[in-house]
Design a binder for this molecule. Sequence first.
Ligand code: APR
Length: 167
Amino acid sequence: MSTIEAVLGDITGEDVDAVVTAANESLLGGGGVDGAIHRAAGPRLARAGAALAPCDPGDAVATPGFDLDPPVRHVIHTVGPVWEGGDQGEDEVLASCYRRSLAVADDIGARSVAFPAIATGVYGFPPERAARIAVATLRATPTRVTRIRLVAFDDETYGLLTAALAG
Ligand code: APR
């Protein structure tokens, strides 16, 4: 049984077995949380990502965490949907990001995982709808991960995740 909690902070400070990054298909890094994780993990992260790219939206792949400190063994790279109004299957792609990230965590033996609010920044996914999908999907997905941390970078996202968890 997994515990799922919402926290407010910077995911690069998480002390877990795996941190999830909201990547793009190239896995070369970018802005937002992906940029923060790549800066903290160092240039080897992009090289390891490039070897696994492209990563389709909704899919997830794992690399080592390299220079992340606290030392995190794995980075799970997942590619969220670009929001196009909600009738292009975005909800299912986002749900797939959480489902596939847990499956990859199981494959690599990670028991604690930190997630950012995937797709709710540059990709424009409505944060309240994303929070509901994240919590519902994580609760519905069988996994050996026992500790899940949903890391909000701002108060609004933290409030939405907390509300989704209370529902
Ligand atoms: N820790 C935790 N969360 C963070 C951090 C951080 N250091 N920095 C940003 N965030 C939050 C954002 O505030 C947002 O709530 O991560 C969430 C996801 O936003 P983005 O990082 O913009 O990710 P996304 O919307 O999925 O867009 C992905 O942006 O950075 C590029 O390479 C990435 O092309 C990809 C696209």
